[in-house]
Design a protein around this ligand. Sequence first.
Ligand SMILES: [Zn+2]
Length: 91
Amino acid sequence: MPRRHRSARERVPAAEPVERPRGVAPAWAQVEGATVRTVSGEAGKTYRCPGCHQEIRPGTPHLVVMIGGDLEGRRHWHTPCWRHELNQRLR
Ligand SMILES: [Zn+2]
């Protein structure tokens, strides 16, 4: 029964919640006065992370932080770099 075997295999990877809704950042990433969104990085552009000054390569899911709703002032952050930044601010 090849068909049945195949469908059983396809169900296996459900263990990890990879497909979270895009666009809403997790609660820990939210900060007052800023809009934080997740992006999949599928736009194919390379960004410079202000936290570590390294590139965010195309296809890397990361965060976009918009201070005060200013589109011009938005910055792309590696998710762990933004977490580190928030930890620094809270000190
Ligand atoms: Zn970074």
